[in-house]
Structures are given as structure tokens and as C-alpha cells.
Design a protein around this ligand. Structure first.
Ligand SMILES: [Zn+2]
Length: 409
């Protein structure tokens, strides 16, 4: 710490800067709220600098999520926030918010090895700073409450109680009876990996659109039974842990005959039951990918293509073509896909979409959708727009007779 005498000597002739310094409020960092999590290395009150890293949550997955509140800010001052960690913990731009509701990006941080330093100008006495815009159980509950209000056939339900006894908010929308003796099943879930908050915002945008009075959303609701789960790993989202590769296993490597996580077991039960009554099942698992340059937009992981029947391959190709047509921007889908098979992960069969493809009968499209997070476009609004456009892609795919997905595979 700089000795106080040095400041006194250096400023003695100026008009009472010492009192101004003394009156400056002390910065404080807290994270004792849902989703909040941080390890503070240093608070430098003189330099107005905050040095942190993601908190360690042993056994709860990657150490990459951080979200905290700063108080004691002098309105108008610029804070220096340095975050240390691995690549997944270090976005080019941090997210910040004055109210914890609306989030903006900082300008790009200064990157050093294992560290990024952000300048955050704040026009308030307190602010929130995070890896990305947080998406918490309260957001999921609000979304579902709005959907139930907007759609007469929408119902809120709890997918399960988690192992830590929390509810897992979910939404179910039934099709119009007259049209849908064997409806199409659209299952959308996000956040098997707790740090990937952007994927829940994509889900939010999709559900908002689904329940809107847009004619194409209406058309989709007439024919589809829809289930949406905005947060699968509630416990780690509330804790503020990364979740990825947690113990005893990753949520998205848990899709076995004996799942450990209750959300997985409940989803498997419902998917089996609903698939029996469906003439097509479309399963979409939402994620955020890596930080690097090849993961900047939207892409899909597919099941190993060699294992797909001709019918399912045709359905998949038609769906991807519809997605390419509808999802040009923001964070566009250019047709890029990757396979998650044995070469991708030795537990590839326990990845949700692979389990779905293997365990559900008939016409099935099962994909993982990744939305880039480390870009200037990766905002609350744009994530939701990606979700809306995903809805349009589903509608386009189901609405076109060629590849409409009603033929047996
Ligand atoms: Zn993921």
C-alpha cells in the first residue's frame, strides 16, 4: 500500500484533496445472492482496483463463472476490475449492470496471460459485474408465469426437486386438441452446464416468441406439444458454480440408464412417454461453446451421422437448412455442424441428444445448439433474438411439406 504521508506531501498545497480522499467511500465486493460467486484477491481502495478470480466450488465443475456486486462506488468513477482464470473464465468484455436486470458490456478488457483487466465506468453507488448476463431461477419462473398468462394451453410445472431440494421450473404447452391427435413434440432445455448463462437467454427468447401472437408462433403451438426447461442444473446456477465436469459426473454425460441428476431422470421419463404419443420428436439442448474464434456464432452438434437412418438424416438436413435460412443474424448459423461421437468424448452415448436419438423411436431430430458468448453481439437482447429465430426455424421446418417430418424414417 502507498504510504499516506506520500499523498499528504504530494498534495499539501492543493485545495484539501486529502479530505476528498478521506471522504471517498470504501469499495466492497459481495456475492451472497443467488448466482453470486467470486473469490476476491485484492481490493485496492486507492487505485479503485478490484482483483478477483472465480470462486472455487470443489467438485462442482469448472471454475469459470463469476458474478458479484460492488458497493461504495463514487458515481462517475471508473473501476479497474481484473479477473484471473482459464480461458472460459475470461470474456473479452465483462457484463455489468446497475440494477441486476439490464446488462451491458464493458469495452474490451486488456488481456494478459491468465488475466483480463476491464475498465468499468459506473454512474451509481453500486453495480453488478459478471462473466455474462446472469440467468437465475427467478428469471425462469417469471418467464413461465408470463407464458401461462399469454397461452391458455400453457402450464407451469416442476421438472423435479433437485438433490438440494430446489424446484426446477418448466413449461408445458399442449397443442390444440382438434388438430393434434399425434402432435409433434418440441423439447427445449438449457443450462446443463451452469456457467453457460447465455443459453438460458436463448431459451427465454424462444419461449417468449412461442407464446407471442406472431402468426407463425400460433401455427407452431397448434401442432406441437412443447416442453421448455430454461435451467437444468438449478443447484449450480444458484451456487454460482461452473457445473461443467462436476462430480460425480457432468450433467450432459449423465444420460444413462441410472442418471445421478434428478432433472436428467425426469426429462428421460417425460421424453419417453411423450415420444410414444408423438409423430415427430424435436429435441434441442442449448449451450454456449468455447471462447475461441471458431465458436463466435451459432453451430450445432449432431449425433454421429454414420449412425443415423436415412429418414432421420433427411429430417436433420431439412431442419438445419431451415435454421440456416432463418438464423442469419445476430450470431448467425452458417450451416456449421460438428459430431459428438466416440472421437469427441468417451462418454458420448451419455450426452443428452445422443441418448434421445438412441432411446426414442420413430422420427427424431436431436441436436445440441451452441451460441457464441465471447463476442460483442453476445448480449441479453441478441441471445433472445437467436432464440426467436430458432423458433422460426422450427416453424419453417415443420411447415414445409418437403422434409416436414411426418413420414416414418
Ligand atoms: Zn455446455
Amino acid at each position: 500500500m502507498r504510504p499516506v504521508t506520500a499523498i499528504l506531501l504530494g498534495t499539501a498545497l492543493l485545495a484539501s484533496p486529502v479530505t476528498a480522499l478521506a471522504a471517498r467511500p470504501a469499495l466492497a465486493v459481495s456475492a451472497d445472492f443467488p448466482g453470486g460467486s467470486v473469490h476476491v484477491d485484492e481490493l485496492d481502495q486507492e487505485a479503485r482496483a478490484i482483483r478477483v478470480q472465480p470462486a472455487d466450488h470443489p467438485g462442482r465443475g469448472w471454475r469459470c463463472w463469476w458474478y458479484f456486486k460492488v458497493t461504495g462506488i463514487e458515481p462517475g468513477e471508473t473501476l479497474t476490475v481484473s479477473v484471473s482464470g482459464g480461458g472460459f473464465a475470461l470474456p473479452d468484455r465483462a457484463a455489468f449492470s446497475l440494477d441486476g436486470v439490464a446488462w451491458k458490456h464493458t469495452s474490451p478488457g486488456r488481456r494478459e496471460k491468465g488475466k483480463v483487466t476491464y475498465a468499468v465506468r459506473v454512474d451509481a453507488r453500486e453495480a453488478y459485474v459478471a462473466w455474462g448476463p446472469p440467468y437465475l431461477p427467478l428469471h425462469a419462473r417469471d418467464l413461465i408465469a408470463r407464458a401461462v398468462k399469454a397461452c391458455p394451453r400453457a402450464k407451469a410445472f416442476d421438472l423435479c426437486r433437485t438433490r438440494e431440494d430446489r424446484p426446477t421450473p418448466a413449461l408445458r404447452i399442449e397443442p390444440d386438441d382438434a388438430q393434434a391427435e399425434r402432435p409433434i413434440l418440441l423439447w427445449v432445455q438449457a443450462r446443463q452446464h451452469a456457467w453457460e448463462s447465455g443459453s438460458s437467454w436463448v431459451c427465454e427468447g424462444l419461449v417468449r416468441w412461442l407464446c407471442s401472437d406472431d402468426a407463425r408462433a400460433n401455427a407452431l403451438r397448434r401442432r406441437c406439444r412443447i416442453v421448455a426447461v430454461p435451467i437444468m442444473d438449478i443447484d449450480n446456477v444458484v451456487r454460482g458454480a461452473g457445473g461443467k465436469n462436476q462430480n460425480p459426473q457432468d450433467h450432459n454425460r449423465d444420460w444413462s440408464d441410472q442418471p445421478h441428476w434428478r432433472a436428467v431422470a425426469a426429462a428421460q421419463r417425460m421424453l419417453r412417454e411423450m415420444n410414444d404419443a408423438a409423430r415427430l420428436t424435436l429435441f434441442i439442448d442449448l449451450h454456449n461453446p468455447g471462447p475461441g474464434p471458431r465458436d463466435q456464432e451459432v453451430f450445432f452438434y449432431t449425433c454421429p451421422l454414420a449412425g443415423l437412418s436415412e429418414g432421420r438424416r433427411t429430417l436433420l438436413d431439412a431442419f438445419l437448412a431451415a435454421a440456416k435460412a432463418e438464423m442469419a443474424a445476430p450470431l448467425g448459423f452458417r450451416g456449421q455442424t460438428r459430431e459428438s461421437g466416440p472421437g469427441y468424448d468417451r462418454n458420448w452415448e451419455r450426452i443428452s441428444k445422443n441418448w434421445v436419438a438412441d432411446h426414442l423411436d420413430g422420427p427424431v431430430i436431436a441436436v445440441t445448439m451452441e451460441t457464441g458468448w465471447n463476442t460483442p453481439h453476445s448480449t441479453q437482447a441478441n441471445y433472445q433474438e437467436v432464440g426467436r429465430r430458432l423458433g422460426l426455424a422450427v416453424e419453417r421446418h415443420l411447415g414445409r411439406p418437403a422434409g416436414a417430418g411426418t413420414a416414418a424414417p
